[in-house]
Design a protein around this ligand. Structure first.
Ligand code: BTN
Length: 246
């Protein structure tokens, strides 16, 4: 359940703030929201563009009794749960790009950044950060280096109230994190697979300096990405890998 809710007009990063609070003993279910971030963090060390008042920047702390090595599937579980919520709002067009980007019409609608801390023998805690574009202008989003969309556009120009939207997202996140702790990734896989944006499509994987091309063959039961390459089928863990359509 939700145990603490902090809302900041401006903060460096809601993820960073919750990692700080977690170290001070904040309870599981603590949430941090901001209108603007001055150092919004994306995956792979990138910046998350975070202008004031036009998007959702949300982080949630969750504590698990087990070791961090069990959290390999958490990012897919959370992505699948959010895809279900956003699909209900938008009728169609919401899909997932492995491991957990939410797309609308193949443009990025939202991103998730999961940060884990804890001893290798457990227990551990997880901070889930969600950046959801709502009504950012083209100018505000001009520094984003890939096609992106906002939820307002996906809803045909009619926006749902932001508070109601955040309440819905939080409910889905809390339920997904709790369920993941009890049942792992398995119950989320059918949902993830039903929203897979690039299944069967030629894609390129960026692994640091290396690039591997192949056909996206879906997601394995442990959440790794399956790629049919000229050397046969290979599996990749999320870590520092990024997927791009060809
Ligand atoms: C990605 O690269 O796709 C992940 C982006 C995650 C952005 C969110 S915004 C709220 C939270 N605080 C951060 O600094 N990052 C995440």
């Amino acid at each position: 359940h939700l145990s603490r809710l902090d809302i900041h007009p401006v903060i460096d990063s809601t993820n960073r703030e919750l990692m700080r609070l977690a170290a001070e003993g904040a309870p599981s279910g603590s949430v941090c929201l901001a209108e603007r971030q001055t150092a919004g963090r994306g995956r792979r060390g990138r910046e998350w563009v975070s202008p004031f008042g036009v998007n959702v920047y949300l982080s949630l702390l969750w504590r698990y009794p087990f070791a961090p090595s069990n959290l390999g599937g958490a990012s897919l579980a959370v992505g699948a749960a959010l895809a279900a919520v956003l699909s209900e709002l938008t009728d169609e067009g919401v899909a997932l790009k492995w491991p957990n980007d939410l797309l609308w019409q193949r443009r990025k609608l939202a991103g998730l950044l999961l940060e884990v801390a804890g001893e290798s023998q457990g227990p551990c805690h997880l901070v889930v950060g969600l950046g959801l574009n709502l009504r950012m202008t083209a100018g505000q989003g001009s520094a984003i280096d890939q096609p992106w969309a906002g939820l307002e556009e996906a809803l045909g120009g009619v926006m749902v109230g932001r508070n109601a939207l955040v309440a819905c997202l939080l409910e889905a996140l809390l339920e997904a994190l709790d369920r993941y702790g009890r049942e792992g990734l398995a119950p989320f896989l059918p949902l993830w697979r039903a929203h897979d944006a690039y299944l069967g499509a030629p894609v390129r994987l960026l692994l640091g300096e290396r690039v591997i091309e192949g056909i996206h063959a879906g997601v394995a039961d442990d959440g790794s990405l399956l790629l049919d390459t000229s050397d046969g089928r290979r599996a990749f863990q999320a870590g520092e890998v990024s997927l791009r359509p060809l």
